[in-house]
Design a protein around this ligand. Structure first.
Ligand code: IPD
Ligand code: CA
Length: 267
């Protein structure tokens, strides 16, 4: 079984196991703080257990880095890391806002840049995004591309939840220049819809994201032809550590990227 098929099957099982939970009272609750630092909800726990049970069932040799469960060694000879945010957009999932996903990536080394396979499954409708390094990004098996059109960017994704006053100030020129700002509340799925060409640039300068939030969407966005840089203008990379906090700028093409970089004054 190929790695991508393992991720696809795991996310499909999550979809089937949480379908009935989204938007119900039962989906919430407080199950203590997970490894990523947020309160774990029932739906997070059910989804993570689904992935872990499946990986154990097929004896997949890996180390899991989960948003709630933390680091779980499933083998003495791991082939690599599964970076798991079994429910990204937990607040949406519990409220019943139809924008949340399962985000799974496989990395051969301790770096975001060593991710070779990833899947983001939209749990509100079962749409499956995947990417394989060097082979492209796909939605339900069909190739997708970030918006390659050269006209000015139009739909801008901004995650501003809990942003500092300084970073908000830095974003001001973009906010003023854009009539179509969007923030949906699940960063992995936001990167996937960026990769599909529905959003032209996506910016998160909060220094709050964890590797589990970003990993799967990162490869999908890159394989769709997008650019992703960090706050200092370098190609985005990070250690696969729970301490890492990530900010990024994703742009569908070089023209968009150059304009955003100019507006944010980061080079
Ligand atoms: C959250 C979502 C949200 C972002 C938060 C993340 P979670 O992930 O991606 O869009 O603003 O920073 O923590 O907690 O729902 O898995
Ligand atoms: Ca998340």
């Amino acid at each position: 079984m190929r790695v991508i098929e393992v991720l696809q099957e795991a996310s499909l099982r999550v979809y089937n196991n949480v379908k009935h939970l989204a938007g119900t009272e039962e989906s919430g609750g407080d199950f203590g703080r997970g490894a990523g630092g947020d309160i774990s909800r029932k739906i997070d726990i059910v989804a993570e257990k689904t992935v872990l049970d499946y990986l154990k069932e097929i004896k997949f040799d890996c180390t899991v880095l989960g948003e709630e469960c933390g680091r779980v060694e499933l083998s003495k000879n791991p082939k690599g890391f599964i970076i798991m945010d079994a429910i990204d957009g937990s607040t949406n999932a519990v409220r019943g806002i139809p924008f949340f996903c399962c985000s799974l990536a496989f990395a051969t080394d301790n770096k975001l840049s060593s991710i070779t396979d990833s899947v983001v499954m939209d749990l509100s409708n079962g749409e499956m995004y995947h990417a394989i390094k060097g082979k492209g990004a796909f939605l339900n098996g069909k190739r997708i591309h970030a918006n390659e059109k050269k006209h000015f960017y139009f739909v801008v994704g901004l995650d501003m939840s809990g942003i500092s006053q300084d970073s908000l100030q830095q974003l001001a020129p973009i906010i003023s220049a854009s009539n179509h700002i969007r923030h949906f509340g699940a960063v992995a799925l936001e990167l996937a819809i960026f990769a599909r060409g529905l959003v032209d640039v996506f910016v998160d300068l909060r220094d709050k994201l964890r590797i589990t939030d970003v990993a799967a969407g990162y490869l999908i966005a890159l394989e769709a032809g997008g650019y992703i840089i960090d706050k200092s203008g370098k190609f985005l990379d990070s250690d696969l550590s729970y301490k890492s906090r990530i900010s990024f700028i994703a742009a569908a093409n070089k023209e968009f990227l150059d304009d955003i970089v100019k507006k944010l004054k980061i080079r």
